[in-house]
Ligand binder design. Structure first.
Ligand code: UD2
Ligand code: MN
Length: 572
């Protein structure tokens, strides 16, 4: 529905609790003041928002209506919205508040139309409709949310309505996972009252995203189910390429390219097909992105063709409903957040399906730096989910995950039904999956040493910076708990932490994505001399005099500061 595009003001403002007396500032006024760089007022309240009847889905009269000054709205065409540097105190407060509730800039989202336009991120190759089967199956779109910001949730739904062929959507099923934000109560039903396609389902208690998705799936009737997070924006032509893959083969599970919606400016950054990534994971059972492997590139003529992906990020995908059921949907013992993406990925591949990323399909997602909502207290939810995953699907390889959690599996509940599911489906082994689908993954059992790297005569160990940090790798008192002090020496001379390798290019010793071409990432350890010798520089790793950082020095076996002990070193 795009009928109110020309005048999107009313619906764009999130309604708040009725009893609060807040000055009503129409959105356009806030936008104007933003343009003048004096956004003096907080656009949080508009009591008319939920009274404004949204226009009828089947009313096409808007096609003739003039679309005035669309480009004057903030954020149109996915552009960034930058707030003034020195904000008046009340605005600053509203901005901070939005950040603390959502872990993204809600204030900026509230200024952007819920129908904003996006650039078309597709390659020309994708736009030829002859590429797609003409009789595509319908999909239901399930969007689960727990305390999502109003404007972000509504924009997610409109991006589906505005940019999908209506005949391909059955229902949009919104599953409220027990939110307590007032705007997500009655107003949501009112807002979507005249949208027959939109259904709202309320969970009776907090379930977490996995069981919320299962609840949504109970209402699905279309042949395909598509899941989206509640802070997404679908781009032009996102749906057809996904459904096309499933129409051709119902065991193909497909993900769009996930474009980044900036958490601060809400800018929509799209990735062109040459920059498409596929999903992997590490032995902490954390999802990770990787460039398309060479073996996979060789299968294609164009970078726009769907690529095999060992795993999916989790939030955005389409799956044939019957195939999803055959795979046993999700493990309902998974709580709140995490692990379900790997579960579905492993069993898709191991039980006869295919998982692809479709470069012609683009959906933006707001990636957050922290989780804004409450998890369960007193349980390590993510660990429990991951142990269930490892127990059921990973065979002997589960041990590498258990090493990362100090061999303490905790109480992970009953998994007998999930094991039976795997039996009944006669799924392939995890070894098969690693050999055929994810041969790039480094197997800790192939390491010639693993554990801490201790500087002899000091109690200091090589300690990794947090991922994403560009800090030099340093030293810290040995704590014997793995974590940032867990390293693996590969047969080919890399000192690895999963996908990152100890790398020296003449300045600091850093962590850098393993490239497998030795050079700056090539190390040799000699048990006799205890030296860690670096390939391209010919120098040796040492701890400095002050014993607080790593340095590279001319090799000298008589220097104790160059002596290292590698845990579990296998000299054979
Ligand atoms: C990623 C996925 C997410 C999910 C997760 C692992 C993407 C882009 N996102 O994390 O979909 O697979 O990894 O589990 O691939 N929610 C609830 N109830 C809850 C918690 C969350 O309904 O108790 C909703 C939430 O409002 C959101 C969705 O579940 O719509 C995913 O949560 P998230 O956005 O916090 O997860 P994200 O993107 O960090
Ligand atoms: Mn998300």
């Amino acid at each position: 529905d795009v009928a109110d595009r020309a005048a999107p003001q009313e619906a764009d403002v999130p309604p708040t609790a009725k009893h609060k007396r807040v000055k009503v500032i129409p959105r356009q006024q806030a936008v104007d003041s933003l343009h003048r760089n004096v956004a003096a007022v907080v656009p949080v309240e508009d009591k008319t928002a939920h009274k404004q009847p949204p226009s009828k889905e089947d009313d096409k009269s808007f096609l003739d209506a003039p679309v005035a000054n669309l480009e004057d709205n903030p954020g149109e065409m996915g552009k960034p919205v930058n707030l003034p540097k020195d904000m008046p105190p009340d605005m600053k407060k509203a901005v901070d508040d939005g950040w603390s509730k959502n872990a993204f800039n809600q204030y900026v989202s509230d200024l952007i139309s819920v129908h904003r336009s996006l650039p078309d991120p597709r390659d020309a190759w994708c736009k030829d409709s002859a590429m797609y089967l003409s009789n595509l199956p319908k999909t239901d779109v399930i969007i689960c949310f727990h305390n999502e910001a109003w404007s972000v949730l509504i924009r997610t739904v409109h991006s589906v309505l505005d940019r999908s062929p209506p005949e391909l959507i059955g229902e949009i099923i919104l599953v409220d996972d027990y939110s307590d934000m007032p705007h997500l109560k009655r107003q949501l039903e009112d807002y979507f009252a005249s949208y027959s396609m939109v259904k709202i389902v309320r969970g009776p208690q907090r379930e977490g995203l996995i069981r919320a998705r299962l609840l949504g799936a109970k209402y699905a009737k279309s042949p395909v189910i598509t899941y989206l997070d509640s802070h997404c924006e679908c781009a032009e032509g996102w749906l057809e390429p996904l459904l096309d893959r499933i129409a051709r083969n119902s065991t193909t599970v497909v993900c769009p390219v996930i474009d980044v919606i900036d958490d601060t400016t809400l800018e929509f950054h799209y990735r062109d097909s040459s920059g498409v990534n596929v999903g992997g994971f590490d032995w902490n059972l954390q999802f990770s992105w990787h460039s398309v492997p060479e073996r996979e590139k060789k299968r294609h003529n164009s970078t726009s063709e769907p690529v095999y992906s060992p795993t999916m990020a989790g939030g955005l995908f389409s799956i044939d409903r019957k195939f999803f059921e055959r795979l046993g949907t999700y493990d309902s013992g998974f709580d709140i957040w995490g692990g379900e993406n790997l579960e579905l990925s492993f069993k898709t591949w191991m039980c006869g399906g295919t998982l692809e990323i479709v470069p012609c399909s683009h959906v933006g997602h707001i990636f957050r730096k922290r989780s804004p909502y409450k998890w369960r207290t007193g349980v390590n939810v993510l660990k429990k989910n991951s142990v269930r995953l490892a127990e059921v699907w990973m065979d002997d390889y589960a041990k590498y995950y258990y090493q990362r959690i100090g061999m303490d599996k905790g109480d992970f509940g009953d998994i007998s039904e999930r094991q039976k599911l795997r039996e009944d489906l006669q799924c392939k082994s995890f070894q098969w999956y690693l050999d055929n689908i994810y041969p790039e993954l480094f197997i800790p059992g192939d390491a010639v040493a693993n554990g801490e790297i201790r500087s002899i005569n000091t109690n200091m160990c090589i300690d990794a910076p947090k991922t994403g940090d560009e800090e030099p790798v340093s030293v810290y008192e040995c704590h014997g708990q793995g974590g940032h002090q867990y390293w693996m020496l590969s047969k080919t001379g890399e000192i690895r932490r999963d996908q990152a390798c100890l790398d020296y290019a003449g300045k600091d010793v850093i962590l850098f994505g393993c490239h497998g071409s030795k050079g700056n990432q090539f190390w040799t350890y000699r048990e006799s001399s205890k030296l860690l010798h670096h390939g391209s520089s010919g120098k040796c790793l040492a701890i400095n005099e002050a014993k607080d950082k790593l340095v590279m020095e001319e090799c000298d076996a008589s220097h104790l500061r160059q002596h290292w002990m590698m845990e579990n070193y296998d000299s054979s």
